[in-house]
Design a protein around this ligand. Structure first.
Ligand code: SF4
Length: 400
């Protein structure tokens, strides 16, 4: 039976689909502190003042995981990602305790990808080997640029030499290393961007994340916008990396992600393929699918003190919890899965949303007729025009 057509009554007149199998489940752990706030950043993080209470924070993460156990009972965890904020503010001993707690609370798959984000400061780099020894198997370093001027404008606390040293030490300690780089930086020329990418590649990371700098609302950059390169220059940067990175051994597999063969990020791929994730920590998001047809999203409260204190009964405090409506899940799925350069298996739409493919036949046809998408029984894949105008393609799937 087509699972997308299976329905179960849910309360007064509400009909929702059933899931015959649940998507893969990942664990995200948010560490909400940074040394200081970068002016472009809209991730949720607080400036760290005073001592970091590692044991106290691990205890509340344990509380969150234990409270969530009935929601994910028996489901193996395919990947763990410790993100932030700046997780490398934690000592290696603290990360070790955290992973021990996670392993004793949840069934982590034996070969799970266990990633952690790190800043490239000297203080952090000295801990890389110890992070590996306590169980981290993939390190993601927020380099952003190797150009001293650009690092300064971005308000980063590391310099070029620290970035180089961090990437070298990381590669010596880990089989899987990602470097984050940004393009379209204030005053950046094509030659400067090329220099950044070539420097990154010379350090032999297994994965590169290349994001265009965008000015996000409610950031210092939004209040005082720096002069960014013209769109033409940014287009040239994009075209250059699309031509050169494959020649340097990196496959473009997602809008902003490039990897050596076999080194795609499993955790992020699960997000993009509308998999499930349990998020713990201040401001962490979760998306969980239930066999009765519900997909639930929730977010822990943002403020670390309020999060650690808990609600009036000492339980995990949530800022919001809601069920994803049928019309929203179509858009959510397509918005994420269309980010893959080689598209996604057609059957995945029904498996992950619980809806029949026929429910998006009109927008699929519209996207195909505009030359933005190729649809076959096996795969749905954006064309190169579709990738170039990805926002337009995604918008076709917006609910009416
Ligand atoms: S270190 Fe990262 S998370 Fe922290 S403020 Fe800077 S960009 Fe944001």
């Amino acid at each position: 039976m087509n699972q997308g057509q299976a329905v179960a009554p849910q309360g007064a007149g509400k009909i929702l689909p059933l899931f015959s199998s649940l998507p893969p489940l990942a664990l995200y752990i948010h560490i909400p502190w940074c040394i200081r706030k970068c002016p472009y950043c809209d991730f949720y993080s607080n400036r760290l003042t005073g001592e970091l209470d590692e044991d106290g924070y691990i205890a509340v993460l344990k509380r969150d995981i234990e409270e969530a156990l009935p929601l994910v009972w028996g489901r193996p965890i395919i990947s763990v990602f410790i993100g932030g904020g700046t997780p490398s503010l934690f000592s290696a001993e603290g990360i070790g305790k955290l992973l021990k707690m996670v392993h004793s609370s949840l069934p982590i798959q034996p070969n799970a990808e266990i990633s952690m984000e790190a800043n490239p400061g000297t203080f952090e780099t000295e801990k890389f080997k110890a992070y590996r020894d306590v169980g981290i198997n993939r390190l993601s370093i927020g380099v952003q640029s190797f150009n001293p001027e650009h690092l300064k404008v971005l308000g980063r606390i590391h310099g070029r030499e620290e970035a180089l040293a961090a990437a070298k030490v990381a590669r010596a300690c880990f089989d899987q290393v990602n470097l984050d780089l940004m393009l379209g930086l204030p005053g950046q020329t094509l030659a400067q961007f090329q220099e950044d990418v070539k420097t990154a590649v010379s350090l032999d990371p297994t994965h590169l994340s290349l994001y265009q700098l965008t000015i996000e609302p409610n950031t210092p950059f939004a209040a005082h916008p720096p002069a960014l390169p013209d769109e033409d220059v940014v287009d040239e940067m994009q075209s250059w990396m699309e031509k050169m990175l494959p020649e340097m051994g990196y496959q473009h597999y997602e809008v902003s992600a490039w990897a050596k063969p076999g080194c795609q990020c499993r955790h992020n791929s699960n997000y993009w393929l509308y998999g499930d994730y349990l998020g713990v920590g201040a401001a962490a998001h979760s998306k969980l699918t239930f066999s009765d047809g519900r997909i639930v999203r929730r977010m822990c409260v943002r403020n670390p003190d309020a999060y650690m204190k808990g609600d009036d009964r000492g339980r995990t405090p949530f800022e919001e919890t809601f069920e994803v409506s049928v019309k929203d899940r179509r858009f959510e799925f397509m918005m994420n899965a269309l980010r893959f350069i080689n598209g996604f298996p057609t059957r995945l739409f029904e498996e992950r949303t619980g809806l029949p493919l026929a429910s998006i036949s009109d927008p699929l046809q519209q996207a195909e007729s505009k030359g933005l998408l190729k649809v076959s029984p096996a795969t749905i894949c954006p064309t190169s025009l579709g990738m170039r105008f990805l926002n337009d393609l995604q918008e076709i799937f917006l609910p009416d």
